[in-house]
Design a protein around this ligand. Structure first.
Ligand code: SF4
Length: 332
C-alpha cells in the first residue's frame, strides 16, 4: 500500500515519529477503515475523557461548572463516550488508576477555574494554531496570555510519571506548542505541565529554544517522508515495543530480543473444550514447545498455523496465559 508523505504534523505525531518512525509507517499502511474500527485501550480512553472534562470546564462561562455535581455529570458523559470506543470488556470503574485520574481531574479543573478567574489577561483552551507554512500544527490544552504581551503554555497530563521534570517526549510536545504560539500569536516565555496526580512543572523558555525544537520536529518528518514507502529503517525496537499497537506486524521487533510476554512460533496441537483452550506452540527462537492457555475459543489457531502473540502472562517457563482484554494474537 502507498503511504502518503506527511505534509503537516502535530506534536503527538512528531513524538511518535521520534519514538519509532516504523510504528507510524505500519499504522499508515493499515487502511483507515480498519484503523478507525480498532478499539482504543482503557488507558487511552481514560486520558481522553479527562482531557475532555478539563476542556469543557475551562471553555464554559457558567460559574457553576466546577460544582461537584456538575463535574460528576460531565465526567460520566465523557467516560461513557470513551468507553464506547474500547473493547467494552472492562467497565470503566475497573480501569487502572480510574479513581486517581477522576479525583485528580476534578481537583485540577477547580484549581484552573480559580486561576483563570484571577488572570489579568486572556486564556484560550484547545485553540488550533498552525505555523505560517502549515507544516506544524497543534491544539495546546491551555494558553495563558499576560498583559505584558507574554504567554505561558500549559499541557495537562493524565498518565503515570515519576516525579521531577518531564521526559523528552513530553518536553518536545510542549516546545512545539510553544513554537507555534510564539510564531503566530505572542511571545511564549514559560512552559508548564499540570499532572492530574497533583504535580506541576514549569520552566522559562526562549524563542531560540522553541525554534530548535521545531527544526528537530521537521527533521523527523523529513526523515519519515524520505524513508517512504518502506519505513523499516526507522524502527527503534525497545521498551516502546511492549505496548506498540503495531507489534504483531513488525518484523524488526521479532528478530530482536522478544519480550518475555510475547510468543512466536508454529502451532503443534490445539485442544479446545467447551470453555477452555490449550495450544502447544513450537517457538521460532529456540524450537522448544510451550503451552498457551486460554486463547478465546473464536480465535484459537489451527495446528500448522504460524502465530505471534503479545502481552501474554507468563505462568512458568513452559506456559503462557492469555490475558483477557490485553493479549493480542495474529495467525497466518
Ligand atoms: S514493535 Fe517496536 S520496533 Fe516495531 S514498530 Fe512497534 S515500537 Fe517500532
Amino acid at each position: 500500500m502507498d503511504i502518503a508523505p506527511i505534509e503537516s504534523a502535530s506534536p503527538s505525531l512528531v513524538a511518535r515519529l521520534v519514538q519509532c518512525g516504523h510504528q507510524e509507517g505500519l499504522r499508515r499502511a493499515t487502511p483507515e477503515s480498519i484503523r478507525s474500527s480498532l478499539p482504543i485501550s482503557d488507558a487511552s480512553a481514560l486520558g481522553t475523557a479527562a482531557h475532555a472534562v478539563l476542556a469543557r470546564v475551562l471553555k464554559s462561562t457558567d460559574s457553576r461548572i466546577s460544582d461537584d455535581a456538575t463535574l460528576r455529570q460531565i465526567w460520566e458523559d465523557a467516560i461513557d463516550t470513551q468507553y464506547n470506543r474500547t473493547d467494552g470488556i472492562r467497565p470503566p470503574g475497573t480501569w487502572w488508576r480510574y479513581n486517581v485520574v477522576r479525583r485528580g481531574t476534578f481537583r485540577l479543573a477547580k484549581q484552573l477555574v480559580v486561576d483563570i478567574e484571577r488572570l489579568q489577561g486572556t486564556a484560550s483552551v484547545e485553540q488550533e494554531v498552525r505555523s505560517d507554512d502549515g507544516t506544524l500544527w497543534g491544539r495546546p490544552d491551555l494558553v495563558l496570555r499576560y498583559p505584558d504581551g507574554s504567554a505561558e503554555i500549559v499541557d495537562f497530563k493524565t498518565g503515570t510519571h515519576d516525579s521531577g521534570p518531564p521526559d523528552d517526549g513530553e518536553l518536545r510536545q510542549l516546545m512545539i506548542y510553544g513554537f507555534l504560539v510564539d510564531a503566530v500569536d505572542c511571545a511564549v516565555t514559560r512552559l508548564k505541565i499540570a499532572r492530574v496526580d497533583g504535580e506541576t512543572w514549569s520552566s522559562a523558555v526562549t524563542s531560540s529554544q522553541l525554534q530548535s525544537a521545531a527544526a528537530e520536529a521537521l527533521r523527523a518528518v523529513d526523515q519519515f517522508n524520505r524513508a517512504l514507502p518502506d519505513t523499516t529503517s526507522l524502527a527503534r525496537p525497545g521498551d516502546a515495543c511492549t505496548f506498540c499497537a503495531q507489534s504483531l506486524g513488525c518484523d524488526v521487533a521479532w528478530t530482536g530480543r522478544i519480550p518475555a510476554s510475547a510468543l512466536e512460533g508454529r502451532v503443534d496441537e490445539a485442544y479446545v473444550s467447551r470453555d477452555l483452550s490449550v495450544i502447544s506452540v513450537r517457538t521460532t527462537n529456540d524450537n522448544s514447545i510451550v503451552r498457551l492457555v486460554g486463547v478465546p475459543l473464536d480465535v484459537v489457531p489451527p495446528p500448522g498455523s504460524s502465530i505471534r502473540a503479545v502481552r501474554l502472562g507468563k505462568q512458568s517457563p513452559g506456559q503462557f496465559q492469555w490475558q483477557s482484554g490485553r493479549s493480542r494474537i495474529r495467525v497466518s
